[in-house]
Ligand binder design. Structure first.
Ligand code: S3P
Length: 431
């Protein structure tokens, strides 16, 4: 794919789209189907770089995954049926692949190594290494056990009670996966609720899971049942189009079949607070996840808001899109309590500050967020995605609402979560 896109100011976005399938859920169903015993069927799996890394990894570990069109079939090896991989497992850009697999591999009686691309090899791994070692796994990393590659010699695990210092679904899920292999009840408590997809699926396939407030526990042993599931659309991908419709005059779009799990949809509440015209219709349940259609219509007069730590986990991946919305709102939008953004696929606070700065936005950078002064007439500019899919998509939306044209470098990053992003954008903007 071309790594650069030229964007000009857009006419109104109008029409409908079905966003790609949810990335978080796609990783989880691939892993869980691979350790269930027997044939699982997955409809609408996200075929994008990140989940395809997980698919490749599960194959390397012995799962028989048949991907010859819709749906994907997985012949799972059973909880204790995985085998030692013959080579290093390359997780690419995918933090979810690496952290969830660290938990899974902690329970396997063999040796494995996880690596990734230049971005992933700079992302913090101590958050999974520390608790998994407490459970008894042999787990090592570069730079004094803080960074990938990771070497894992798994084995007999003991259950622990763990208070995670970060609200991270990747950490929580890694420990729940390890907990399936531990004797007794593994308990994870987090400071704020992170996305709960893992603990929704696990009990449905036979794991003994309890959720009490911010505490999730799983009992080890037993077998997981194979399952048939449909992955809903990804709210985090839909978000770019909701924001595009909110900032490009005259727009009205409908995004169909979007997962609206409340641990993911914080941006909707913030958009409403800012005065955006967003509506949730056709609520339904798809494979244990709430799903709906979302409509967003352009409306004049957005107002600035404050976003604090409690709201951050439910909109952690929507920060780049929210920044674009904030440039069009009257007043100062301040986002705090989001230091985690510094250790995503890029430092998203620094990346959005530098790129929006080039478009003429006045802002202040905080260690854990940004203050953005609006409303501002965005200027087209030469921009860089920092090789981060969500930065690339957010800046593309900003460019549509800008005066003058924009050249955005590093756009192949969108393949991580949203192949076809630019085709949708072109179609809905009629050009
Ligand atoms: C994810 C959890 C979040 C999120 C990431 C996907 C997941 O990361 O930012 O895009 O699928 O569990 P953290 O667990 O680091 O918060």
């Amino acid at each position: 794919m071309n790594d650069r896109v030229e964007l000009s100011p857009s006419g109104p976005l109008r029409g409908e789209l079905s966003p790609p399938a949810d990335k978080s859920i796609s990783h989880r169903v691939l892993i869980l189907a691979s350790i269930a015993r027997g044939r699982s069927v997955i409809h609408n799996l996200l075929r994008a770089d990140d989940p395809l890394r997980t698919l490749g990894a599960m194959r390397a570990l012995g799962a028989d995954i048949r991907d010859s069109g819709e749906p994907i079939e997985v012949y799972g090896a059973g909880l204790r049926g995985l085998k030692e991989p013959e080579d290093v497992i390359d997780c690419g850009n995918s933090g979810t692949t690496m952290r969830l697999l660290a938990g899974l591999l902690a329970g396997q009686p063999f040796f494995s190594v996880l690596t990734g691309d230049a971005s992933l090899r700079q992302r913090p791994m101590k958050r999974v290494i520390t608790p998994l070692r407490m459970m008894g796994a042999g787990l090592y990393g570069r730079a004094a056990d803080t960074l990938p590659p990771l070497a894992v010699k798994g084995g007999t695990l003991k259950a622990i009670r763990y208070h995670s210092p970060v609200a991270s679904a990747q950490v929580k899920s890694a420990l729940l996966l390890a907990g399936l292999y531990a004797e007794g009840e593994t308990v994870v408590e987090e400071p704020l609720r992170s996305r709960d997809h893992t603990e929704r699926i696990l009990p449905a396939i036979g794991a003994r899971v309890r959720v009490e407030g911010l505490r999730v526990s799983v009992e080890g042993g037993g077998e997981l049942s194979p399952f048939e599931t449909t992955v809903p659309g990804d709210f985090s991908s839909a978000a770019f189009f909701l924001v595009a419709a909110a900032v490009v005059e005259g727009s009205e779009i409908t995004v169909r079949g979007v997962g609206v799990n409340p641990t993911r949809t914080g941006l909707l509440e913030v958009m409403k607070r800012m005065g955006a015209d967003v509506e949730v219709t056709e609520r339904r349940d798809v494979s244990g996840e709430p799903v709906a259609d979302l409509r967003c219509r352009y409306r004049e007069g957005l107002t600035a808001t404050g976003v604090g730590p409690e709201e951050i986990p439910s909109m952690i991946d929507e920060f780049p899109a929210l920044c674009v919305l904030a440039t069009r709102a009257d007043g100062t939008t301040t986002i705090r309590g989001a230091a985690e953004l510094r250790v995503k696929e890029s430092d998203r606070i620094a990346a959005m500050a530098s790129e929006l700065g080039k478009m003429g936005v006045e802002l202040e950078v905080h260690p854990d967020g940004l203050s953005i002064h609006g409303p501002v007439r965005l200027r087209g500019a030469v921009l860089d995605s920092h090789n981060d899919h969500r930065i690339a998509m957010a800046l593309s939306v900003a460019a549509l609402a800008a005066e003058g044209s924009t050249t955005l470098h590093g756009t192949s990053a969108v393949e991580i979560s949203f192949p076809g992003f630019y085709e949708h954008l072109r179609r809905l903007s009629g050009g």
